[in-house]
Design a protein around this ligand. Structure first.
Ligand code: NAD
Ligand code: UDP
Length: 313
């Protein structure tokens, strides 16, 4: 049994990770400032004596004794990370410094939830870990993209300079139950719009692509990577290789919900990446991992979640 700290543990991915690691008999400290996370995401875990919740902001120092840290705290949807861009950078950068400082002091292993956004609007396709990316440093997405890039730099420097045991994973678009209904991401937006027979809002012409990964697949890759030997630091891509246009996603969601919605086209946000698909050769070779849940199956589960959520509102 390990004592594991999950920052951002009350968020979408974090709450699933808390649940999964509790089920594996570990002791979990969930740390969150509830910016985009919610108490209801972890309410069902509160009675477990191995689960502890701390309300804290990772831009401030904290002293805890743990074996492993999963650093997930950071708003992840464009709407939320652009709401207070300075705070987003502080969370990525100061948060990384605080968590790495703690990992150094207590000799904990620490995993950083990095992102496919470090590749920006990629000119290489699919994206390999060796690709340096094509990121605008002064655009609307920069607070997130550059914050996450700087966090990766901090991780590798703490490893090189202070021998901190680090793991960097680059997560590609992930979806599933407990995504916030109001966070503006494409999967939650389309499902809610379709279930309510409201117009489906495609930004741009809908020919931009993304590769959507179901949350359970991500957790499997993340935990397997955390368990690799100390010499392995990443970065490693964790994502589903199947690429869809946003228009195809809209059509699949409408079919699965029997929706009467119409599709409307709205302006494409600034610097919206044209295409995104992970090269997962490294994850396959190192972890014997690949995404198993296909889009249709994952969407069906996510639709059931939002369907019951909407009935309670
Ligand atoms: P989320 O917004 O649901 O979760 C983020 C959590 O971090 C929330 O609970 C929020 O309250 C908390 N948080 C934010 N700022 C904080 C701070 N300063 N101090 C403490 N807690 C703070 O998002 P998510 O989709 O679950 O993403 C989790 C992590 O995975 C993020 O780091 C994100 O960048 C990364 N990621 C997610 C995706 C995806 O598609 N969901 C893709 C790539 C990377
Ligand atoms: N998108 C869309 N309609 C929406 C929300 C998003 O067409 O209601 C598009 C968005 O422009 C982008 C893609 O869907 O091209 C994925 O957007 P999301 O915000 O989910 O993630 P990210 O852009 O960070 O990959």
């Amino acid at each position: 049994m390990k004592r594991i700290l999950i920052t951002g543990g009350a968020g979408f991915i974090g709450s699933h990770l808390c649940e999964r690691l509790l089920n594996e008999d570990h002791e979990i400290i969930c740390l969150d400032n509830f910016f985009t996370g919610a108490r209801k995401n972890i309410m069902h875990l509160m009675n477990n004596h191995r689960f502890e919740l701390i309300r804290h902001d990772i831009t401030r120092e904290i002293f805890l004794e743990v074996d492993e840290i999963y650093n997930l705290a950071c708003p992840a949807s464009p709407v939320h990370y652009q709401y207070n861009p300075i705070k987003t950078i502080k969370t990525s950068v100061m948060g990384a410094i605080n968590m790495l400082g703690m990992a150094k002091r207590i000799r904990a292993k620490i995993l950083q939830a990095s992102t496919s956004e470090v590749y920006g609007d990629p000119t290489e396709h699919p994206q390999k870990e060796s690709y340096w990316g094509n990121v605008n440093p002064i655009g609307k997405r920069s607070c997130y993209d550059e914050g996450k890039r700087c966090a990766e730099t901090l991780f590798v420097d703490y490893h090189a300079q202070n021998k901190v045991r680090i793991k960097i994973i680059r997560i590609f678009n992930t979806y599933g139950p407990r995504m916030q209904p109001d966070d503006g991401r494409v999967v939650s937006n389309f499902i809610i719009q379709a279930l309510q027979n409201k117009p489906i809002t495609i930004y741009g012409d809908g020919n931009q692509t993304r590769s959507f990964q179901y949350v359970d697949d991500l957790l499997e890759g993340m935990i397997r990577f955390m368990d690799t030997e100390d010499s392995i630091t990443g970065p490693i891509n964790i994502g589903n290789e199947n690429e869809f246009t946003i228009r195809e996603l809209a059509e699949m969601v409408m079919e699965l919900t029997n929706s009467q919605s119409e599709i409307i086209f709205l302006p494409l946000p600034e610097n919206d990446p044209v295409q995104r698909k992970p090269d997962i050769s490294y994850a396959r070779e190192l972890l014997n991992w690949e995404a198993r849940v296909q889009l249709r199956e994952g969407l069906t589960k996510t639709i059931a979640y939002f369907d019951s959520l909407l009935k309670t509102l």
